[in-house]
Ligand binder design. Structure first.
Ligand code: ATP
Length: 136
């Protein structure tokens, strides 16, 4: 079994996970990043996407929205706006959020509103994808 490192995943409204982890895989801005004990230090931003982390030999999955990760050889900290387990995702709510965002994109918006709507659409699509992929 891989050597463990300490992982904290902190969302705006809760500490999502704090404990040991054997392997962490995140979608960073430039692609997938795998983290094991002893990884070189880095800080990078995280787009809305999926993360997976292994605890006691089992992968756990989560949907996160935008954030940052700080990696140190013996610990990693993720700060994200939101983070949900696949089984926590309310599919109806995500579908409604997607429909609202799609409707807003058909209307005239300022650049700022456009980026906010696009971000909301990404969050909704990500939740739907992760829920369908990992919670059947
Ligand atoms: P909505 O318009 O439905 O609120 P949103 O993308 O604007 O969606 P966020 O601001 O990303 O929502 O999240 C607000 C809070 O609600 C966070 O705690 C997040 O984890 C939770 N949340 C948002 N959408 C869902 C969902 N579909 N299922 C479960 N929790 C959700």
């Amino acid at each position: 079994m891989a050597k463990k490192f300490h992982l904290e995943i902190i969302a705006t409204d809760r500490v999502f996970y704090e404990g040991d982890c054997e392997h962490l895989v995140i979608t960073a801005i430039d692609g997938l990043l795998g983290i094991l004990y002893g990884h070189e230090p880095l800080v990078t931003s995280l787009p809305t996407g999926e993360l997976k982390y292994m605890v006691d030999g089992k992968w756990r999955y989560a949907a996160i929205s935008e954030g940052f990760i700080q990696v140190m050889p013996e610990s990693s900290i993720i700060l994200a706006d939101t983070c949900e387990l696949p089984e926590e995702i309310d599919i109806k709510r995500a579908e409604e959020a997607r429909e609202r965002a799609e409707e807003r994109l058909r209307q005239k918006q300022s650049i700022k509103e456009y980026y906010q709507t696009q971000a909301a659409l990404n969050r909704a699509m990500n939740r739907l994808k992760i829920s369908q992929k990992h919670f059947k």
